[in-house]
Design a protein. Structure first.
Length: 314
């Protein structure tokens, strides 16, 4: 019997990012002058796929992306950019009725950011996209999910991959205002909230390891099988119900935090697809996220494996 190459499938949003950099972010009702701007690939689904594909070049791992783009110039730009990263776009669909999603991003001199997303075609993803992506959902060793497409589609994708024996990783971003659907909790193998998402889901802001542990226990009690709390400059706390631990942060000088979470999840997925344990995969993900903050952009900030390996060995 011929063994198939492990597949990482990202099912989620595809955006084009319009990013402006200024000394500080505007207050409500205020206009500030930007020092520069850029237009590039974004969206949490495409960011995670692109970052995973860049890492996967060093391994025998396939990466694909499912979702929707509009039949417009931004859609063509997104497809060309993703193809350049080596992402399999076979399950990605064109939407003739909705525009490609965009994100309007402001970044200040301290690398803090604020983002406004216009979902466009992303918000039209439905059951027909699940059926179109069925062969990839059934084959995926790791399914990467986010919350920039309708939650009903997230749930359907998670159920399909888990029923076929794959691992489901959910990045609960953007933070859900009304929480996650009850049915979704038990379909999540690994949940990867950052500090604000952890607060939104649990009411606990994980400023300490003890608080991160309390939050993780709340999430595990909801049915999630493992939790990785991304604590920013304080590192990562992991808990799988039987073991737990804290991973200290990698020391880097950040200039742009936009892609950190997506690169974390991409690194986590590649490591899990290659058979690494949860703590080791989380450490690789943490290194990817740290490196992503040292350069500008979203997908373009994704590191290669040689950079990740070098940082881990420091």
């Amino acid at each position: 019997m011929t063994l198939r190459t492990p597949l990482i499938l990202s099912f989620g949003s595809i955006n084009i990012d319009l990013t402006a950099r200024s000394q500080r972010l505007p207050r409500p009702g205020e206009t500030v002058h930007a020092e520069s701007y850029a237009i590039g690939l974004g969206g949490k689904g495409s960011n995670q796929a692109a970052a995973a594909a860049r890492l996967a070049q060093a391994f025998d791992v396939d990466v694909a992306l499912a979702g929707r783009v509009g039949c417009d110039a931004f859609g063509a730009q997104a497809r060309a950019s993703l193809a350049g990263f080596g992402v399999d776009l076979s399950p990605l669909r064109d939407d003739a009725d909705n525009p490609t999603g965009i994100a309007l991003i402001g970044i200040d001199a301290a690398a803090e950011n604020c983002i406004t997303v216009a979902g466009g075609a992303n918000m039209a993803v439905d059951e027909t996209d699940i059926m179109a992506a069925a062969p990839w959902l059934d084959r995926a060793k790791v399914l990467l999910l986010q919350l920039e497409i309708p939650q009903s589609a997230v749930l359907a994708a998670a159920r399909r991959t888990r029923s076929a024996g794959g691992l489901v990783v959910l990045d609960p971003a953007p933070a859900p205002e009304h929480g996650l659907p009850e049915a979704l909790w038990s379909e999540i193998d690994i949940l990867t909230p950052n500090e604000s998402e952890t607060f939104s889901l649990t009411g606990i802001r994980p400023a300490t390891v003890k608080e991160a542990c309390r939050a993780a226990e709340i999430l595990l009690a909801k049915g999630v099988r493992a939790v990785l709390v991304k604590m920013g400059a304080k590192g990562v706390f992991w808990h799988d119900g039987t073991g737990s631990g804290h991973l200290p942060p990698f020391r880097v000088v950040p200039i742009d935090t936009v892609a950190a979470g997506d690169c974390f999840n991409a690194g986590l997925a590649v490591a899990l697809a290659c058979g690494e344990s949860l703590p080791d995969a989380a450490r690789i993900g943490s290194a990817c996220g740290a490196l992503a903050t040292t350069r500008h952009g979203a997908a373009d900030a994704a590191p290669g494996w040689n950079e990740v390996e070098a940082l881990i060995r420091v």
